[in-house]
Ligand binder design. Structure first.
Ligand SMILES: [Zn+2]
Length: 95
């Protein structure tokens, strides 16, 4: 019997009972904002305990093609800057 962390959604979200290297997965947390949506899901590998957070950012883009391209780059840079400058989270770069 596999033990799930209290935050694991179990069911089809969690793959630890189907794969020896499966992952526990939380219920996605969804935030609706003025610019779009944020969806965050926590995962933890069953065999190593390595934990990661997957954050999906959905940003509405409008305007000319050039404006959309610029806004997309600004959105990516903003997410990068926010994650780079946050304090005490222990985030690492994998690339
Ligand atoms: Zn689980």
């Amino acid at each position: 019997m596999n033990r799930h962390p209290h935050w694991c959604q179990k069911g089809h979200h969690c793959t630890t009972e189907r794969h020896t290297t499966g992952e526990h997965a939380s219920a996605p947390e969804c935030w609706s904002t003025s610019f779009g949506r944020l969806v965050a899901t926590r995962y933890q590998q069953a065999d190593t305990g390595r934990t990661r957070l997957e954050i999906r950012v959905v940003v509405h883009l409008t305007g000319t093609e050039q404006r959309i391209q610029e806004s997309a780059r600004v959105a990516i840079a903003t997410v990068y800057a926010a994650l780079t400058h946050r304090a005490g989270t222990g985030a690492t770069h994998d690339h």
